[in-house]
Design a protein around this ligand. Structure first.
Ligand code: ATP
Ligand code: MG
Length: 441
């Protein structure tokens, strides 16, 4: 990249230098030509004023500075020429400057000289008596003059290019330096002086960097939690089975221990299912296929399925609502409703109630799961959506909870572009609302 910027700067500089040179030479040549023509005009004027156009000797004296003076009659025949024998010269009436002088009173012409790299400049003027005075001067052509200047021009180009190389080097360095420093010092980006065009870039990088760090930390915590959570039931299973193996359990104990082993194995299975589910959600987040789902019907079915479970906990669960559609993945939505209702039943008191409602509100559909259970105190409310977070480890574990349910819920809500809010008071109950975009029938 540095090399590219450097090269581009040099290209621009070279282009600028060369075009400046060409334009300067062109302007200079133009000025030079004008000046020369003005000089030639002055000469004709002097000859006219001195009235010496018939005095060829005086004309010869006047002729210095390599001027060619020609006096031509109206018919084009040459009367006098300072450089050639006028008798030998052919009729000059067809020379462009003379032809023009005959029509307009004066004429100019620039012609290639017979000698290489030289140019002839001519100026002709017709006097009142019809006689035409023509002055010619030979000078270097533009290429000839350029040829003389080439060593200087090359020298100048090299010098300018050198300056540009140095400037481009420092400019590129100052452009790239903050970026390199940012790359090397991701953790204290704020201490690096940057120019304002870089600020949005740095902010994005910083955010992403923090997200990556946070994710890494979460993953680390998750792995530690998983290992710990899996270890507990496995330790029990191992312990009970060892007792049976060593013959240290009576027949009665064996039945009880087998029950414990069964319970722990089930817990282990549930946990592993949850973990698999979470990692599936993690990886398939971007390609969930959403279809119109009647959330009213789905919730009703879910509540019906949980009736038995609720009775077991001596909790009543009710459902009410208005049929409406949302865009969702049916399986995911079912899991979400199930987890919320399951919590409502599990963290409830004997004789408690769980109310599930689905109702449209404007452009939205609101799913509410409200219970009259044990509630969650403020300090825990923020954290219960974290993986493995449980308010009362003992109670949750005794009911088979692993603390992954709400983490899954949160994930699903995000996948379905919904929003989840929680309201709870310790000892009085909890209300969880999930808001979705309504899909018209
Ligand atoms: P899992 O759902 O994975 O079987 P879990 O129920 O313990 O286990 P979550 O559903 O994530 O895990 O809930 C996390 C914690 O939040 C629970 O352990 C419980 O302490 C608290 N909690 C969740 N829902 C409620 C509720 N409705 N009332 C009171 N506390 C709740
Ligand atoms: Mg739960």
């Amino acid at each position: 990249m540095k090399k590219k910027i450097n090269l581009q700067l040099l290209e621009i500089a070279t282009l600028a230098i060369i075009s400046t040179m060409v334009i300067t030479v062109a302007i200079f040549y133009n000025l030079f030509t004008n000046q020369l023509m003005d000089d030639l005009k002055s000469y004709t004027y002097i000859i006219e004023k001195l009235a010496i156009k018939q005095n060829f000797e005086q004309l010869n004296e006047l002729n210095s500075e390599h001027l060619r003076i020609t006096i031509i009659s109206q018919d084009g025949s040459v009367q006098y020429d300072s450089d050639y024998d006028s008798q030998a010269l052919e009729n000059h009436g067809d020379r462009p400057e003379i032809a023009r002088a005959k029509i307009y009173g004066e004429g100019e012409s620039i012609r290639r000289s017979s000698t290489m790299n030289r140019t002839n400049f001519y100026y002709a003027r017709q006097l009142t008596d019809g006689i035409i005075i023509r002055i010619g001067k030979e000078a270097g052509s533009v290429f000839y003059m350029l040829g003389n200047a080439i060593p200087y021009i090359i020298g100048l180009i090299v010098l300018l290019l050198l300056v540009c190389v140095v400037l481009a080097h420092y400019l590129t360095k100052s452009l790239v330096k903050p970026i390199e420093e940012i790359a090397a010092n991701m953790d204290n980006i704020n201490e690096i002086p940057i120019y304002k065009e870089l600020v949005p870039f740095v902010n994005t990088i910083q955010r992403q960097h923090q997200d990556i760090l946070k994710n890494a930390l979460m993953r680390q915590e998750f792995t530690a939690n998983v290992s710990h959570e899996l270890k507990t039931p496995l330790t029990s299973i191992s312990g009970y089975s060892e007792l049976i193996e060593n013959g240290m359990a009576t027949a009665e104990d064996t039945v009880r221990f087998a029950g414990e082993i069964h319970r722990n194995a089930t817990r282990l299975l549930n946990q592993i299912n949850d973990i698999i589910h979470l990692s599936e959600l993690d990886s398939s987040e971007n390609h969930v296929t959403l279809e119109p789902v009647n959330i009213y019907k789905l919730s009703q079915t879910c509540v019906d399925m949980l009736q038995v479970n609720a009775e077991k906990h001596q909790v009543s669960i009710f459902f009410d609502g208005i049929p409406c559609l949302i865009l969702a993945d049916k399986g995911m939505l079912e899991e979400l409703i199930y987890n919320l209702c399951d919590n409502g039943i599990r963290y409830n008191n004997k004789g408690g109630i769980v109310n599930v409602t689905v109702k449209p509100e404007g452009e939205k559909v609101i799913l509410t799961v409200a219970d009259t259970g044990i509630g969650i105190s403020k300090e825990h409310q923020e954290r219960i959506f974290e993986r493995y977070y449980r308010v009362d480890k003992g109670r949750s574990q005794s009911t088979g909870g692993t603390g992954l349910g709400l983490a899954i819920v949160k994930h699903i809500v995000a996948s379905l572009n919904g929003e989840i809010t929680l309201e709870s008071e310790k000892g009085r109950g909890t209300t969880i609302q999930v808001v979705f975009d309504k899909k018209e029938w």
